[in-house]
Write a protein of this length. Structure first.
Length: 212
């Protein structure tokens, strides 16, 4: 009979304490406090120290609306790679585009482009879908770039793999809500789509951290 009042009294003393500190972060386990990132390894880690060309392919329909898209995306990808991989040697995207323009009547072989510039590796980005203005809602803009990515090793022995297929890249900006079409928004969406796409491609070749 004497235990119940004591238990009740103890409970009454604890409840105000819990109420008072319920919103305080120091009751949360330390593992949930602060930023948490995970290390992601490179999908392909053999570009360091190698002379590399970033070659972008686009179909004629895309080139009709965006004639400089090959060079623009190659430059963006190269810039992201250079920022994260100090030992990679990248061929100037303008030189690559000039070579492709001069050989426009022939089928462009990524390996041939690489050999033209004495490269060890070629990063080949094949655009599967490219849009800035939403096709289903022409009054809005939403960038989308889907691409297949592969690497050609020009120094591989005959009995070794010379072409490595990497995971496809799918980029959408903005992801959730389209933006009303006007000149300013079209420029913003195109810029941000390029940046996001280039970052995703470049990350295939170096380790990085991402939010968990």
């Amino acid at each position: 009979m004497t235990q119940r009042p004591r238990i009740r009294t103890t409970a009454l003393l604890i409840m105000p304490l819990v109420t008072a500190v319920g919103g305080c972060s120091w009751l949360v386990p330390l593992i949930f406090i602060g930023e948490h990132k995970e290390k992601v390894p490179a999908e392909f880690d053999k570009l360091n120290g190698q002379k590399t060309a970033v070659v972008v392919w686009a179909d004629q329909e895309t080139l009709f609306d965006y004639p400089h898209v090959r060079m623009e995306l190659s430059m963006h990808i190269s810039d992201k790679m250079w920022s994260a991989m100090k030992n990679v040697q990248l061929v100037d995207s303008r030189r690559i585009e000039d070579y492709i323009q001069k050989n426009v009547d022939t089928t462009i072989d990524p390996a041939d482009v690489g050999r033209e510039f004495d490269c060890d590796m070629v990063v080949y980005v094949e655009l599967l879908d490219f849009q800035i203005r939403d096709r289903e809602a022409p009054d809005f803009v939403r960038g989308r770039i889907d691409a297949a990515v592969s690497v050609y090793d020009l120094n591989a022995d005959p009995d070794e793999a010379r072409r490595y297929e990497l995971d496809d890249v799918e980029t959408i900006y903005p992801e959730r809500q389209m933006m009303l079409f006007n000149d300013t928004n079209a420029i913003i969406v195109r810029k941000e789509t390029y940046e996001k796409f280039a970052e995703t491609v470049a990350r295939k070749f170096h380790k990085y951290e991402q939010e968990m």
